[in-house]
Design a protein around this ligand. Sequence first.
Ligand code: PLP
Length: 300
Amino acid sequence: MNSLLLENLEPRTQSISNSEWQKKRISCSMLRLDELDKNISGNKIFKLYYFLQQAIQQKKGIVTFGGAWSNHLAATASACKRYGIACIGFVRGEQPQTITSTLHFCLKNDMQLKFVNRSLYNDIKSANDNTLFSIEDNVIIPEGGYSPVGAKGAAIIRNYFRNKEFTHVCVAIGTATTFAGLLNNNDECTYLGFTSLKNMTDIDTRIKFLTGNSNQLNYEIIKDYHFGGFAKHNDELIEFMNNFYLTYNIPLDFVYTGKMMYGVVNIINANYFPENSRILCIHTGGLHGNQGLPPNTFIF
Ligand SMILES: *Cc1c(COP(=O)(O)O)cnc(C)c1O
């Protein structure tokens, strides 16, 4: 995969400090993975990396899973198109009359979509039902890339910041695959994970599974900024995101990075971070999910 976008790219790190934070001696920056590729959302290409490599080397197709707004499905479709890999996406739920823009994007990228009801979806996902595709001919990627292989791919993101002396690295959590991939006790920094789901109580277990490491890793989970649950939102969040764009010219997504940045700004203002903190926030992309909201919700 020599032309895979990971090899030659250097995403920029953009300062998002302001004078109030400077008075607290706190600096804050954002790693713009959202700018790496307009079709393959920020963190997703990393989670897919080793799966794609395996499919190419073994000349196999790819099978994966997701919901109607899944950034993971969209990224997989786009990456498979780029590398000429046949792919099937199982979509949870009956086929609706009009499909979402995310699924439309998948079709445009030649992903074969199969709509399956929840119970069949779960059976296929947990490998209890293998009748709808060939196991031998496909690399199977778990939903959201949730697997040690996905986490290993996410670890590549560390290369973009690990020698830059950040004290804290902030990441949005969905399946926790990206977050787990970044954790590394060789780093001096503390990793802060911001959950986008309500009642996520199994993160420590997930991290042990994803990293294969049962030692205590250096992280903290911030659970106060899910805004009611996955993809839930309110006017305050939308207004925050529009203001954030006006101030820094950075578009955020309302499912993950918008909530994370709302949380980061809040905890900086509440003096969570000690003096001389150097905070890095990872922009994990996901912007096309914003199309799920009415037009003109965002000014970007
Ligand atoms: C998918 C996604 C995440 C969640 O990543 P996980 O590895 O599942 O935790 C975070 N941010 C954005 C923008 C995403 O699209």
